[in-house]
Design a protein around this ligand. Structure first.
Ligand code: FNR
Length: 211
């Protein structure tokens, strides 16, 4: 993929991607990762998914690392941090969205919840609405981030993201399935490939209904 985790998708860049989408007739899927950690396991899982999805989608990484915390006053006063404007534009331009997240204290990390909040507002301009979505939770522990996965699903309900229900993706024991370069364990690779294929089917099912 040509876009690194540290390169946000600017409005202009997305316009460019939208042109590529038209030329390649591939829908654009955004990957949001709930970890800012340099060597994040979740980023490695997201990278693997990006490659697995690349033949069917234009995959873009949506940077949420520099977003100021949501404050409703700023929307009311119309004094918007440029990072909010950028995120809202980025999310609005996507055809679908996939969240890959660790679990923090049995919930989703604040950085990801903040991004979901920012792009849900101002009231009446929820950028997430109607998009086919999926969540993959990732943990070095045994529970696979179940709490984060389901708290994110709760938020996705009010945002009207059409979340894939099955297969569910709780990735446990991730530390032994990766090396410095990415996901190496074959069983894990097979599971993530299955999730990517299922999402592609879910996306097709939803988008062909209205066609
Ligand atoms: C964690 N971790 C964690 N793991 C888990 O399975 N369930 C949990 O509730 C928590 N809680 C938690 C809270 C906080 C504040 C931190 C920093 C960490 C451990 C977590 O899974 C581990 O640090 C992962 O490596 C984080 O994911 P990334 O950054 O590797 O993608």
């Amino acid at each position: 993929m040509s876009i690194s985790w540290h390169t946000h998708v600017s409005g202009n860049a997305l316009s460019h991607l939208a042109v590529v989408h038209t030329m390649e007739t591939k829908p654009t899927i955004g990957l949001l990762v709930g970890s800012l950690r340099r060597d994040s396991y979740s980023k490695k899982v997201a990278n693997y998914l990006a490659d697995a999805l690349a033949d069917q989608f234009n995959v873009v990484r949506v940077d949420i690392s520099d977003l100021p915390l949501y404050n409703e006053d700023l929307d009311h006063e119309g004094v918007l941090p440029p990072q909010w404007t950028r995120l809202r534009s980025d999310i609005g331009a996507l055809d679908g969205v996939i969240f890959v997240t660790p679990e923090y204290n049995r919930s989703l990390p604040a950085v990801l919840k903040n991004a979901m909040d920012v792009a849900s507002r101002p009231y009446g301009a929820n950028q997430w609405s109607g998009k086919p979505g999926a969540v993959i939770s990732v943990s070095p522990g045994n529970l696979g981030g179940f709490g984060a996965n389901h708290h994110l699903r709760q938020v996705a309900t009010v945002l009207n993201i059409n979340m894939m229900q099955q297969p569910e993706a709780y990735v446990s024991g991730i530390a032994t399935a990766v090396d410095a370069d990415g996901v190496t364990d074959e069983k894990m690779q097979g599971f993530l490939t299955q999730i990517a294929q299922s999402y592609a089917g879910w996306f097709k099912q939803l988008t062909s209904v209205s066609a």
